[in-house]
Structures are given as C-alpha cells and as structure tokens.
Design a protein around this ligand. Structure first.
Ligand SMILES: [Fe+2]
Ligand SMILES: [Fe+2]
Length: 307
C-alpha cells in the first residue's frame, strides 16, 4: 500500500463521491398543519425551514475558505460535495419559506433576521466588526469548523430519526413536507463524516471539541424552540398558550408530544449528543449510508429532477 493511500484513508471517512441532488418541491397542496390534527408538531418541525438556511450558507462560506488548506485529495472532494449539498438544502428551505409558509401568511422575517445576526455578525470573519489579527485567523477558522462539526453530529442524529420515524406516515403526513425532511436528513447521514474529518485534518483537538458541543447543543435547541414558538404564536389554535422559549409550556408540550413518537425527546437528544464527547467517537459509526442512499434513490423530489 502506498503512503498516499494510507493518508487518504486517514483523512476521509466518506464512502464514494458526494453528489448534489437537484430537487424540486411543489408546495401548492401542502397544508400548514402538514401532520393532520397536530399543529404543535407541524410548527415544531416547520421551524427548520427558518433556522437552517442561514447556517447552511455560512457553512458553505467557511468551507470555501478552508478548501485551499486541505492537503488530501479525497477530503477535498468530500468538502466540495458537502458545499454543493448544503447549498441545495439551504435553497430548498428558502423555497419552502417563500412558496409554502409565505403562501399561508406566516411571518418569518423577524426570526430569520435574529438567526442571521448570529452567523453574519457574531460568527463572521470579523466578529462584531472587529478584524481578527492575522496570527489568529486560522484558529478562528478552525474554531468555527469545530462548531460545524458539532452541529453536523446533531443533523446526523436528526436525519436518522427522520428516516426511522414511522409515526408521521401512520398519521397521514403531507408527502411533500415529509420528502423535504427525509431527503435533507438522508444527505446529512450520507455526508456525516465530512465536517469531523475536516476539523481534525486542520488540527481541531479533542478538548476544543468537548466545549464546542457544550455550547452548540443549548444554542441550537434554544434557537429551535424560539423559532417554533414564533410560528405557534401566529396560529390561533396555539396562540392562547403564549408560546415562548422563556416560558415552560412549549418545553413541556414538546416532551409530551415526544412520548407519542411524534418528536424526539430532549433527554433522548441529550443522550445522543453525549456520544460526541467520547474520545473514540467518529461519525462513520453513527448511522447507515445504505439506509440514506436507499431513501435518496426513491426521494420523489430528487427523482423528479433526475428524470
Ligand atoms: Fe444540510
Ligand atoms: Fe450537513
């Protein structure tokens, strides 16, 4: 075995080549309560349309900066494939905001503005408008790549959950919304190793990984619940509960809904996050690429464009 062959395997743990699957969703028939009689879960999951695009475009921007630093040819290909997939995810969710939530009269801008501030101001190349000294620029980049690796562990866990959940099908979920979630979730499973491989390749350490997860988990789920509350406050069926991330109702209702298999529970998600802290963790062992590819081969939105 050649030395380059060995180093290639060490840097990349992604099987095959990541391809961008172009997708098209027809939102004209999707009801706001896409899970019939389940307004809470419908809004809770619709929230991802608001939260994800800003983060995913930020991933793409940082990965384009990191690309020239990658020394391994296969990992470079993985990163390029990752960028193409994440860009398509962000565009698909942006489409859902405009053509689906917007068509139902849902206001999303004020929440998206807050999320965008996090990525475009606090986590920008010049955070809060302050230029990072040249000597610290690589560290600032690797720190943010570590945040992405921690987030990508969550997206892999959630992607696998979406592929495994049968309850949504039993309750007659809208097929277009379900396909959006599962197509995205399956690609998260497929590219689950890229962010972690890149972070390690550029020198990301275990202790940093540890504290990045302890920051990322509460921030992501705090933002998620805040966004879900933003949607629920606009629904006359739920507005009376005065949904807010700062009040207990939404957190308790989330746990109640999770008992019926409609949502993953907070304790379960916390348990899934703990594995990321294991020194021997690698995303490769987290989910099944075969399961993801089996879904992607049959995803109606992906097949429509491939035809
Ligand atoms: Fe994504
Ligand atoms: Fe991802």
């Amino acid at each position: 075995m050649s030395l380059s062959g060995k180093s290639r395997r060490r840097a990349s743990h992604t099987a095959g080549q990541l391809q961008q699957r172009r997708v098209q969703f027809d939102w004209s028939q999707t009801p706001l309560h896409w899970l019939p009689q389940q307004p809470f879960t419908s809004h809770f999951i619709n929230e991802i349309n608001l939260l994800l695009p800003a983060g995913e475009f930020w991933f793409c921007k940082l990965y384009n900066q990191a690309l020239p630093l990658v020394q391994d040819a296969k990992l470079r290909e993985d990163v390029q494939g990752f960028i193409r997939q994440e860009a398509m995810h962000a565009r698909a969710h942006d489409g859902a905001i405009a053509e689906y939530l917007g068509a139902h009269g849902v206001e999303t801008e004020s929440y998206i503005r807050r999320v965008s501030w996090l990525f475009e101001v606090a986590l920008a190349d010049a955070p809060f408008g302050r230029k990072v000294p040249r000597i610290a620029q690589r560290q600032w980049l690797v720190f943010r790549l570590g945040l992405i690796a921690a987030i990508e562990h969550m997206t892999c866990v959630l992607g696998k959950y979406a592929l495994d959940n049968k309850r949504w099908d039993e309750l007659g979920a809208d097929p277009v919304l379900l396909d959006l979630i599962r197509w995205h979730g399956a690609e998260e499973v497929e590219h689950r190793s890229v962010a972690f491989d890149l972070y390690r390749h550029l020198g990301g350490s275990y202790p940093t990984r540890y504290y990045l997860m302890t920051i990322t988990f509460p921030v992501v789920f705090g933002l998620w619940v805040a966004g879900a509350a933003h949607l629920m406050r606009q629904d006359p069926l739920l507005a009376g509960k005065r949904p807010s991330a700062l009040r207990p109702w939404i957190w308790l209702e989330w746990q109640r809904q999770s008992k019926t298999g409609l949502l993953p529970s907070l304790p379960w998600l916390f348990k899934e996050e703990l594995r990321y802290l294991n020194p021997w963790y690698h995303p490769e062992n987290e989910a099944s690429t075969e399961q993801a590819l089996a879904y992607l081969d049959n995803s109606p939105a992906a097949r429509k464009m491939a035809a």
